[in-house]
Design a protein around this ligand. Sequence first.
Ligand SMILES: C[S@@+](CC[C@H](N)C(=O)[O-])C[C@H]1O[C@@H](n2cnc3c(N)ncnc32)[C@H](O)[C@@H]1O
Length: 259
Amino acid sequence: MINLDKVAVTTSRDREHQINTAKDISKEIGIQYIPREKMSLDSIKTKYNLSHLIIVREDKIVVDENYFFHPGMAIPRIKMLKKGEPDPMVQAMDINEGDRILDCTLGMASDAIVAGFAAGSMGKVTGIESSPIIYVITKWGLAGYQEGSKDAQKVMRNIAVINAYYEEYLQKLPENSYDIVYFDPMFEKPLIRSNGIQGLRAFANYAQINKKIIELALKVAKKRVVIKDWKHGRLFDQLSVDNIIGGKYSSIKYGFIKK
Ligand SMILES: C[S@@+](CC[C@H](N)C(=O)[O-])C[C@H]1O[C@@H](n2cnc3c(N)ncnc32)[C@H](O)[C@@H]1O
């Protein structure tokens, strides 16, 4: 786990709106705000003995100059859905217009964005992320990302982002308060080597799901619980999941438990 005493937030320039965002982030996850005052990033890190530095730039928020928000494959997946092509995750979730979806492992929110698009404007997506740094990057990224179609951007702005451990958060939720509960745990070996995902890996929670978590999720889900695993993963055997969707040539598969 990252020691937040060794993480701070600064700005690329001493501009008021950047400073305000940096101060908001500082309060939100309890890290120090360091005024930039023309210091180099290296000298800030050395002077304050930091392991990581979050920088509020004009266009985006970056950690250590190499980890920032990117919606990954969400935009091309939405394009495919618009053309009427199937998306295995959407199929496994069996999403209908207006569905309420709880993504317990938000990460970069790529899956959450696709799920939000499939659930339409009456749908609702909430994403839980336990890592404070990933939470900050994804929350502010979803709020400000300017690329992609207008409807993809609208979905991004509507995702509610929560900094919590799903095992604790699920316990507080009433029965049937979401239609679908989704898990995409970290794989030990990376499947995709993109800068964004590589950045996330340093800060992610690698805890694995167990049957107790699935029971909790089944209480919260009105329709089904869906889990992602990689094609050679043993998660579905361990969790006794029999319904599996995944193309023969795909590196990932989705398991689901209907209620
Ligand atoms: C593989 S990534 C999810 C990627 C995501 N589906 C996407 O499309 O970008 C898993 C994420 O879940 C988070 N996570 C793992 N265990 C968690 C827990 N117990 N509570 C909340 N978040 C957790 C990790 O920190 C990581 O960011």
